[in-house]
Design a protein around this ligand. Structure first.
Ligand code: ADP
Ligand code: ADP
Ligand code: MG
Length: 480
């Protein structure tokens, strides 16, 4: 039956969700704040509702989103990622109003959004994890507990916000002095960012690889995995480049990690799509880190190697359908790489380039190439949202072919106006440790030469871009 689904998000993810909704024969309702009125997601949705002047506060306003769903007669809400996606109160509000929430139950979101509760559930299920503390007690007691933990395990130690996410709320602590100073600072920051000042400690895994497993689970209890992704290339604990599957040349280990992820999801009574994140040390020990209770930015690489549409499955699962395939139907084919093309200047500490107009947008294409974006030529990047413009995902039969495709696409992708991360990714794609598939979370800081590229175009390049600029201005086409 045809349904109406409200998309409680913006940018490339809103477009991604709207595409899946419409392919299923359903209707998509977009919501937007005033600074986003130029966004493509408003134009491709079946209807669009202005929810306020924003910025950000309206996308985060549970009452307004629920009201928009009611006004439009939406049967369901898809939260995407970020904003309200991992807010248990939002899922609860949907449940209360009889609106289908495309995601797990509010209880699961609440349990897994709290890293300490999640660790407890996983410890009871026998899932391997790094040693850590429960929530530190308030005041001096907490500092005493932290120093005792440090005495037992030694530095460095991770100080983490219990309700943290998006790479924020994580601090590396290297001495007793730092521990004493940083706990109160971490608490107040966590309170401001996550409305919860709880913090806890984890032993640091040195030079780890970040490997995660995509899960799909139905209400009948079938829980499947869609293989691994490696998201080790990070900056400040935020992912920049993601690949699927992991390049670790130890298939029994990867199979074991996937089986452990399924076990972890079952331990949390998991339903819908989710991701179980692990860290792997240089001796191939692996440790549970967290479960993200939503679709992830990097889900595209898994879709490319499995051919399975994760968002489509999320929606069908939310409407109560069971998974129509089994684990043996999930075949991993080839390799995929995603780069998050942001309007940022990597040479200037990744300073966002918001406020600038996209003067030229000339994207790429061809065999094994996927683009998930929302900007177009003439689009002015709002200063008030994140700087992701478009995700480029390439798929190839072999790793070498995939890397070659990435290089070709990045060379042919021209965005003028804002500075972007394209030249930076091009350096990574040509860098030997990346090409060999051997990298860990310290990659960016241990490979400073990836920042060495010319900002100034060569004379020939300038001319070519000028011609492209005139041509595209004339046509005023936009590609997403
Ligand atoms: P992924 O793990 O899918 O790559 P990220 O960690 O990059 O996702 O987060 C995706 C987006 O969601 C980012 O814009 C990030 O700021 C936001 N985000 C993630 N977790 C939270 C959270 N707990 N609270 C607020 N925003 C979050
Ligand atoms: P978030 O909820 O913000 O995604 P995570 O707990 O998933 O936070 O951690 C994000 C990143 O921080 C990881 O991918 C990893 O690079 C780093 N990290 C987190 N915990 C540890 C740890 N115990 N040891 C080493 N690195 C860690
Ligand atoms: Mg994480």
């Amino acid at each position: 039956m045809k349904k109406k689904i409200l998309v409680a998000n913006r940018g490339e993810i809103a477009i991604r969700l709207i595409r899946a909704i419409q392919e299923l024969g359903h209707e998509a309702v977009a919501v937007y704040e005033k600074p986003d009125e130029m966004s493509r997601h408003i134009r491709i949705a079946n209807e669009a509702i202005l929810i306020g002047n924003g910025p950000r506060c309206d996308y985060l306003n549970i009452e307004k989103i629920i009201r928009a769903a009611k006004v439009s007669g939406a049967h369901a809400i898809h939260p995407g990622y970020g904003f309200l996606a991992e807010n248990p109160f939002f899922a609860k509000a949907c449940e209360k109003e009889g609106i289908v929430f495309v995601g797990p139950s509010s209880q699961t979101i609440a349990d897994l959004g709290n890293k300490v509760i999640a660790r407890k559930i996983m410890a009871e299920a026998g899932i391997p994890m790094v040693p850590g503390t429960p929530n530190l007690s308030p005041g001096k007691d907490g500092i005493a507990e932290a120093l005792a933990f440090a005495g037992e395990y030694g530095y460095p130690i991770m100080l983490k916000a219990t309700s943290g996410g998006g790479g924020r709320g994580i601090r590396l602590i290297e001495s007793d002095q730092q521990m004493k100073e940083q706990i109160p600072v971490a608490r107040s920051e966590a309170l401001a960012a996550f409305n919860d000042d709880s913090v806890y400690l984890e032993k640091v895994v040195l030079k780890p690889k970040h490997v995660e497993v995509q899960i799909l689970a139905d209400k009948a209890g079938k829980t499947l995995h869609l293989g691994t992704r490696d998201c080790s290339i990070q900056r400040r604990n935020q992912k920049l480049v993601e690949i699927a599957p992991s390049m670790i040349k130890n298939q029994p280990l990867l199979d074991e990690i996937c089986a452990t992820a399924v076990k972890a999801a079952k331990a949390a009574n998991y339903f819908n799509a989710g991701t179980v994140e692990f860290l792997i040390d240089s001796d191939f020990n692996y440790y549970f880190m967290e479960i993200n209770t939503r679709v992830q930015v990097e889900h595209t690489v898994t879709e490319m190697i499995t051919g399975i549409d994760i968002v489509r499955n999320q929606i069908n699962l939310a409407f109560g359908q069971d998974l129509s395939f089994d684990q043996s139907d999930v075949q991993l084919r080839g390799h995929a790489i995603e780069v998050r093309i942001n309007a940022e200047d990597p040479k200037n500490d990744f300073m966002p380039e918001g406020g600038k107009k996209v003067e030229v947008y000339r994207s790429t294409g061809g065999f094994g190439v996927r683009l998930d974006g929302f900007v177009y030529q003439g689009y002015v990047i709002p200063e008030v949202y994140d700087s992701l413009l478009v995700k480029l995902t390439v798929h190839g039969f072999t790793w070498d072919e995939t890397v070659g495709r990435l290089i070709r696409c990045l060379q042919n992708f021209h965005i003028r106006g804002p500075k972007t991360t394209i030249p930076f990714y091009l350096n990574i794609a040509k860098e030997k440790d990346f090409v060999s598939g051997d990298f860990d979370t310290s990659y960016i800081e241990t490979h400073p030469h990836i920042f060495a590229y010319d900002c100034e175009d060569s004379e020939v390049g300038k001319l070519a871009k000028l011609i492209a600029e005139i041509h595209y201005r004339k046509e005023n086409t936009f590609a997403v």
